[in-house]
Write a protein that binds this ligand. Structure first.
Ligand code: PLP
Length: 411
């Protein structure tokens, strides 16, 4: 991992007026989407200052989603690793099993305010599709989720969950028939339907104002964690750790601590089978600066600019581009980025399951793998907060195959 110098000044407030985080971010979209995106930005900025909007969001976060989530001291795991005290921020306990609902809920309340009646989304493994279908059912909105045909077969359980809640899941058969193609289809739909339709993007990605909005809807994780650690330990943590796919759970935890100079932060990307082209999704390991899905950021592409295939055992981290704010924070040296391989993540999955009785999502297991590696080398009075972004129930078939040698089929 690259150790970068600690920043000395405060982090500028980003994005700027043109939606840029330093040289990253922006609005790289077809002309027809420019006005809708600017309207969305304006409506969002108004909403976030409106106490009625905040009150509705806070009420549903509490009573529907299950906030606040505990900050749990992992006592046995701490003892086993023999170093820093490890706290887990329990986003896995939220309704639908992961942090994604924080964002889906915020965006649908905004969509209602904008007078939209129809929601679209894209999904890879189905987790964001499930969160979106959930809030659409709750708000009585029409819901269309685009999903690659290949992903639909691999994630039959999530497809059924979405359909049971009344969503229409549309199969995308173009190209690799996975997430990237699903995103393109959703964009095509949005260009034609933006009048009555809001597109709920699932991570801190896409054109401005999405990375900012998604970040803000996840900040609640870090705001709670900050207050909880002050109550429990009387001081701020030494280290924050989170996995990074598009980067939403990580930015949600990190953002409220960015100006706390002594809090170190590490984002963990998917190292897959190791850093070999097309066998990982670690954008900071040899990624290139480019534009994908409306935003300028680091992405995995070949020398002709064609997007590379990616691989990770965890579908939620398996994406070629990273959110633009993470690219910016890496440039500033404020957040360090490393990776965990599939094997690292699976052994951390087992370790946490067997010492704490918590099955982490395979995505979250990447963060846990870094904790497992580092905690023992830190002093016993130091404090780590790691984000348990989701629960591993969805990953039982995969984990059983790797760790128990049992084939449960596609659950
Ligand atoms: C989707 C997902 C992720 C990755 O997305 P981010 O936007 O990087 O947070 C991480 N953990 C879980 C449990 C997920 O479902």
């Amino acid at each position: 991992m690259v150790q970068r110098p600690r920043m000395a000044t405060t982090i500028p407030s980003v994005p700027d007026a043109t939606g840029h985080f330093g040289q990253f971010g922006g609005m790289f979209v077809p002309e027809t989407l420019m006005t809708p995106l600017l309207d969305l930005e304006k409506a969002y900025i108004e909403a976030r200052q409106d106490p009625a909007f905040q009150a509705e969001l806070d009420d549903l976060l509490k009573n529907y989603v299950g906030r606040e989530t505990p900050l749990y001291f992992a006592e046995r795991w701490t003892e086993q690793l023999g170093g820093a005290k490890i706290y887990l921020k329990r986003e896995d306990l939220l309704h639908t099993g992961a942090h994604k609902i924080n964002n889906a809920l915020g965006q649908i309340i905004l969509a209602k305010r904008l007078g939209k009646t129809r929601i679209i989304a894209e999904t890879g493994a189905g987790q964001h599709g499930v969160a979106t279908a959930t809030v659409c059912a709750r708000f009585g909105m029409e819901c269309v989720v685009y999903m690659g045909q290949v992903d639909m077969e691999r994630q039959a359980l999530n497809v059924a969950r979405m359909r049971l809640m009344g969503a229409e899941v549309r199969a995308v058969t173009a190209g690799q028939a996975t997430l990237k193609e699903a995103v393109s289809e959703a964009m095509r739909d949005w260009v034609a339907t933006v009048e009555n339709t809001h597109y709920i993007i699932g991570s801190a990605l896409g054109a401005h104002p999405f990375p900012m909005m998604v970040r803000d809807f996840h900040r609640v994780t870090g705001v709670e964690a900050r207050q909880q650690i002050l109550e429990k330990e009387g001081r701020l943590p030494d280290l924050l750790v989170a996995c990074v796919g598009g980067g939403s759970n990580a930015i949600g935890l990190f953002h409220p601590f960015l100006n706390d100079e002594n809090v170190r932060m590490v984002g963990v990307e998917a190292g897959g089978d190791g850093i070999v082209p097309e066998r990982h999704a670690a954008r900071f390991q040899g990624g290139k600066l480019g534009v994908l899905q409306g935003t300028k950021t680091w992405l995995l592409a070949d020398d002709d600019g064609q997007i590379n295939l990616t691989h990770s055992v965890s579908a939620g981290l398996d994406y070629a581009a990273i959110g633009p704010e993470h690219a910016f924070l890496a440039d500033l040296g404020r957040v360090e980025y490393t990776y965990a391989t599939d094997d690292d993540a699976l052994s951390a999955f087992k370790e946490v399951s067997q010492t704490e009785g918590i099955l982490p999502a395979l995505e979250s297991s990447h963060a846990m793998a870094y904790v497992s590696k580092i905690a023992g080398s830190l002093p016993k009075d130091s404090i780590i907060i790691a984000n348990m972004s989701g629960r591993g129930d969805k990953d039982v078939a995969q984990a059983a195959k790797y760790l128990l040698g049992e084939d449960l089929g596609t659950l």
